[in-house]
Design a protein around this ligand. Structure first.
Ligand SMILES: [Zn+2]
Ligand SMILES: [Zn+2]
Length: 100
């Protein structure tokens, strides 16, 4: 089961709802990315087969789900990590969604 948390930035009031790291649901594996193009955190789907052995490796630059091509500059992000807008450390809030 995947789970999302709310993250908030104490520096610039940016907020996001993401897993905050690698996550696995019934039908997909995701990883949280920081996109420098969108200036936002997102969960990128890295596999549609979460039970595959061995699992698909996490790419260094997962594709931004907001981009049609791989043109966005992304990095894998995990909690605790910097705000995509101002670089301050994001604060993890409560669990918001359990998906799958
Ligand atoms: Zn910020
Ligand atoms: Zn993007």
């Amino acid at each position: 089961m995947g789970s999302s948390y709310s993250f908030a930035c104490p520096g610039c009031a940016y907020a996001a709802e993401v897993s905050g790291g690698p996550d696995t649901g019934e039908a997909r594996r995701t990883v949280t990315i920081s996109c420098a193009t969108c200036k936002a955190l997102r969960d990128a789907v890295i596999s549609r087969d979460p039970f595959k052995e061995p699992p698909d490796p996490i790419p260094k630059r997962p594709a931004c789900p907001n981009a049609r091509t791989r043109s966005h500059r992304t990095v894998v992000w995990s909690h605790p990590g910097p705000c995509p807008r101002c670089g301050a450390e994001l604060v993890r809030g409560p669990l918001t969604v359990c998906w799958d």
